[in-house]
Design a protein around this ligand. Structure first.
Ligand code: ING
Length: 303
C-alpha cells in the first residue's frame, strides 16, 4: 500500500474586508492541525486567499487586479510556504493569478501543488469557466469568471509527488467528465480540487435544493469512472451575503465518500488514502487499454 494522509481544509467565508494576512493566519492554523493529525498534504479551496470577487460587476481593472496575486509566494503568502516547509507538509491552494506571458498581462483562476520542501510541483489554470461575461443585473449576484479570467492554457497535467500521480482541477471542472478522463488517461491516482459554489443558481433556482447532491454526484462519478481518489474542498458559508455550499469530501476510487465536512465554516477532515486502492479498478472494470473504444468517441472532442 501507498498511504497518503490527506487533510481537506474547508474554509468558511472570506469577506471582502479580510486581508490576505488574516486569511493566511487561518490557513496556517488549519495546516498545523493537519500536520498534528499526521497529514502529508493539506488541500485548500479555490480562490483561497480572497472573497469570491466574480460575484460583483467591476469596471475598474485596478479594483479587479487587487484580488490577484502577482507572484506566488508573495509577501503575504510566503509565511504559508515557510510554515509548510517547517512542518514538512505539502499543500494545494487556489488563487487568482496575474502574470505577464508573451508580452501581455494574463489573468487565470489558478491552483498549485506544493511539496513538503515548499517547492511548486504542479500548477493548473481553470479551463471550465462558468457563468457569464456581461453585466446581468437581474441576478441576485453575478458570476463573472468569464469576464475576469482567461481559459486556462496548461491542460490538465499530472505530477509525480507524494508517492503517486497527483492531478489538479478547479470547481466547475469537477462537473465535466472530460476533466477527470484527461487526467485518468495520464494514470492519475488523486485529484485535488477546490470550489466556491453558491447554493443559489440564478438561471435555474429549481436546481438549488440539489446543490449539495450535484456536488458529491459529480466528484463520486469522476472518482469511480477514472479509478482515482478525489479530494474536493469548499470555501463555504455566507460570503458578502451569498451562501456558498460546504460538502468538502474525500472520495475513494470506489466512489465512496470516506470523509465529509459537516458545517460551513473552517473545518478540517482527514483520511489515510491508500493510492493502491485504485489498482483493483484500474486493472479490471476500468482497464482503459483493454476496454476503451476511442474510435467510437470522436464526437466528444467536436464543438
Ligand atoms: N462555481 C460554481 C460551480 O460550478 C456554479 C458555478 C454555481 C455552477 C451554481 C452551478 C450552480 O460549482 C464555480 N466557481 O465554478
Amino acid at each position: 500500500s501507498r498511504i497518503v494522509t490527506v487533510g481537506a481544509a474547508q474554509l468558511g467565508p472570506i469577506q471582502r474586508a479580510h486581508s490576505r494576512t488574516d486569511v493566511v493566519r487561518r490557513l496556517i492554523d488549519l495546516m498545523r492541525r493537519a500536520r498534528a493529525m499526521g497529514c502529508d498534504l493539506v488541500a485548500f479551496p479555490e480562490l483561497g486567499l480572497t472573497t469570491f470577487f466574480p460575484r460583483w460587476w467591476m469596471e475598474d481593472q485596478a479594483e479587479v487586479d487587487a484580488f490577484f496575486e502577482r507572484e506566488m509566494p508573495g509577501p503575504e503568502t510566503r509565511p504559508l510556504f515557510e510554515e509548510a516547509a517547517r512542518l514538512g507538509i505539502g499543500f494545494t491552494i487556489g488563487y487568482a493569478e496575474l502574470t505577464v506571458e508573451d508580452g501581455r498581462t494574463r489573468h487565470f483562476n489558478t491552483s498549485i501543488l506544493v511539496d513538503k520542501a515548499g517547492r511548486i510541483v504542479g500548477k493548473y489554470r481553470k479551463i471550465h469557466l462558468p457563468g457569464h461575461a456581461g453585466h446581468e443585473p437581474w441576478r441576485a449576484f453575478q458570476h463573472l469568471e468569464k469576464r475576469y479570467f482567461e481559459v486556462g492554457n496548461l491542460g490538465w497535467p499530472v505530477s509525480r509527488a507524494f508517492g503517486g500521480i497527483m492531478g489538479l482541477c478547479i470547481c466547475n471542472d469537477r462537473r465535466w467528465p472530460e476533466t477527470y478522463r484527461v487526467m485518468g488517461m495520464q494514470g492519475v491516482e488523486m485529484v485535488l480540487l477546490g470550489y466556491n459554489t453558491p447554493e443559489h443558481h440564478p438561471p435555474a433556482p429549481e436546481q438549488d435544493h440539489l446543490a449539495e447532491f450535484h456536488n458529491h454526484l459529480s466528484m463520486q462519478a469522476g472518482a469511480y469512472q477514472n479509478s482515482t481518489w478525489v479530494v474536493g474542498v469548499a470555501k463555504a458559508g455566507v460570503e458578502e451575503g451569498c451562501m456558498l455550499i460546504g460538502g468538502t469530501a474525500i472520495i475513494a476510487p470506489s466512489g465512496e465518500i470516506v470523509a465529509k465536512a459537516l458545517g460551513r465554516d473552517d473545518e478540517l477532515i482527514v483520511a489515510a488514502c491508500d493510492l493502491d486502492h485504485a489498482v483493483s479498478y484500474k486493472t479490471t472494470i476500468f482497464n482503459f487499454a483493454a476496454h476503451r473504444r476511442p474510435e467510437a468517441y470522436g464526437l466528444i472532442t467536436e464543438r
